[in-house]
Design a protein around this ligand. Structure first.
Ligand SMILES: Nc1nc2c(ncn2[C@@H]2O[C@H](COP(=O)(O)OP(=O)(O)OP(=O)(O)O)[C@@H](O)[C@H]2O)c(=O)[nH]1
Ligand SMILES: [Mg+2]
Length: 233
């Protein structure tokens, strides 16, 4: 039972309902000027290249090809905005940690993601995706430190659950959870999901519904997030 009185079953049902709304691609932003004006609350998906961000957006929305998933790591180099029934925006971000991307292109994508995560007023929740087969890498720890600093409340999602054996999955989740506890903006629960089989997807939808219910935004304010900077005309 949460402090707001709703049980997790309520949030699961709310999540199912939320993600049954129509979802459509809105726009991509290659730089800060390309960001859409602030609108509904936003949930962002961050993580290393190839971890499964775009696939997870597709799985959550039940749309196979909404976000562009790829066999080529580093394909997504812009922020992609998706509108969910006018009540929520899902934001797919460029992956980090892939050496084959040109250095200046990777630096530009990293700077844009950072600017977005640190300044975006409507952002209520970040999902930090980590490959469930490998666990946290140094680049993930760097992202966690950055999210702490930005006071951007985030939950870690281990991906590709279908490729990890039961015992290994339990140990990995526990290991990641104990490291997450050292980070002040990290949610004290680690999800494990598969975009391929759908395992864990209902829980993630429920978590989004819970974030949308208002508690998480309050957390972000309590953590001292800086207000979104007015952009010069
Ligand atoms: N087995 C398995 N493969 C997955 C899963 N999710 C994604 N993949 C595969 O992982 C690869 C990368 O998936 P994407 O969704 O494109 O990853 P991404 O994080 O968006 O990658 P970038 O945009 O390059 O940063 C693709 O080949 C997917 O089919 C999963 O749950 N299980
Ligand atoms: Mg992608």
């Amino acid at each position: 039972m949460s402090s707001s009185g709703e049980s997790s079953a309520d949030f699961l049902a709310a999540g199912r309902k939320l993600f049954s709304r129509p979802c459509r691609f809105e726009r991509v932003a290659a730089d800060v000027d390309g960001l859409p004006p602030a609108g509904p609350p936003e949930i962002a998906f961050v993580g290393r290249s190839n971890v499964g961000k775009s696939s997870l957006v597709n799985a959550l929305t039940g749309r196979r090809t909404l976000a562009r998933a790829s066999h080529t790591p580093g394909r997504t180099q812009q922020l992609a905005f998706f509108d969910l029934g006018g009540v929520l925006r899902l934001v797919d971000t460029p992956g980090y940690g892939f050496a084959a991307i040109a250095k200046d292109q990777a630096a530009a994508a990293r700077a844009l993601t950072r600017e977005y995560l640190c300044r975006r007023g409507p952002l209520i929740r970040v999902f930090l995706l980590v490959d469930g087969r490998h666990g946290l890498k140094d680049s993930d720890e760097e992202m966690m430190a950055m999210l702490d600093e930005a006071a951007a409340s985030y939950a870690i999602v281990l991906t590709k659950r279908d490729e990890v054996k039961e015992a290994e999955a339990a140990a990995r989740r526990q290991g990641v959870l104990s490291r997450a506890r050292a980070h002040r903006a990290a949610y004290p629960e680690v999800f494990f999901a598969s975009a391929r089989t759908g395992e864990g997807i209902a829980d993630l939808r429920g978590h989004v519904a819970e974030a949308l219910s208002g508690r998480i935004g309050a957390e972000r304010r309590a953590l001292g997030a800086r207000p979104e900077k007015a952009r010069p005309d």
